[in-house]
Design a binder for this molecule. Structure first.
Ligand SMILES: [Ca+2]
Ligand SMILES: [Ca+2]
Length: 288
């Protein structure tokens, strides 16, 4: 997947260069350049996947320019600078309601949002306090660092998702780990005394949201330095575990079209920063 991206980017760049300089060579390049995408489409990839692959290439040359080629702590520091300095949009907690109605809209029904954990499609207007309403789930539980709902990490929609009220309550402020008993109202999710395991389709989303928060919040803007660790008993510390499991989940459940779309809506319309791990899931292992 990632090799394909790099290859395609390389070919696109080559085509442009050839087209502008070497007319004779350029006549042969496009035939080569179309070979890989055609084979890719034939193997079941959708048009949307191809388009987002190309758009990531565009962001590499602009949005991620300073981070490209870096590894480890250097990469993390660079991404922190990028996603902090470009976050020119910051929401109030009240504005989060309407934002989530757009970022998490059901692509099959524009009157609905899709809920995290349960995966159900539910009316945008059924947000509220009742057990079967949806509310604003802080995937990075706000008690972990005690940042509340002031504008900042508590209103950062990169980690806020619509969720069934009682399922949200079941997750509570637990760390993430495997195991437990199945959540009756949200099959495929499991929980025990000290941890919560989201259903398979949400595992990677949860991992990438947690790791976005770890990079975005480094203690330099009046909020705690959020970091993952490998524990499940973090309580109110600004940590969430378990990183070893989150890394597995990120690999197991790669970014979906839905996840890429919400990243794009947040970038275009609300916060103007991006979740680097949705654009470059391989950066998870580069940093942790
Ligand atoms: Ca997913
Ligand atoms: Ca941090």
């Amino acid at each position: 997947m990632d090799n394909t991206r790099v290859t395609r980017r390389g070919r696109i760049a080559l085509t442009v260069a050839a087209g502008t300089v070497l007319v004779a060579v350029a006549a042969q390049i496009p035939a080569t350049a179309t070979a890989t995408p055609a084979a890719h489409a034939g193997s079941g990839a959708t048009t949307v996947t191809q388009r987002s692959s190309i758009s990531v290439g565009a962001y590499d040359d602009s949005y991620y320019e300073d981070a490209i080629g870096k590894t480890g702590q250097d990469l993390k520091n660079s991404l922190h600078q990028i996603i902090s300095s470009t976050q020119t949009g910051k929401l109030t907690y009240d504005q989060v309601w309407d934002a989530l109605k757009e970022t998490d809209e059901d692509p099959a029904n524009s009157a609905n949002v899709i809920l995290l954990y349960s995966g159900t499609s539910q009316s945008k207007n059924s947000n509220g306090p009742d057990p079967d309403d949806w509310n604003r789930e802080h995937v990075w539980a706000k008690s972990h660092g005690d940042f509340g709902t002031a504008t900042g990490p508590g209103t950062d929609i990169h980690h806020l998702r619509p969720s069934d009220v009682s399922v949200n309550s079941t997750r509570g402020n637990k760390d993430f780990d495997k195991g437990g008993t199945e959540v009756g109202e949200a099959p495929g999710n499991f929980t025990d005394d000290d941890s919560f395991e989201p259903r398979d389709a949400d595992k990677g989303d949860v991992a990438r949201m947690i790791l976005y928060m770890a990079v975005r919040y480094d203690g330099d803007d009046g909020f705690p330095d959020l970091e993952p660790n490998d524990s499940v008993d973090n309580g109110s510390k600004p940590n969430i575990g378990r990183i070893s499991v989150l890394k597995q989940w990120s690999q197991q459940d790669p970014p979906s079209t839905f996840e890429k779309h919400r990243n794009q809506v947040i970038f275009d319309k609300y916060q103007h920063n991006r979740n680097p791990f949705i654009d470059h899931p391989e950066w998870v292992n580069e940093i942790w």
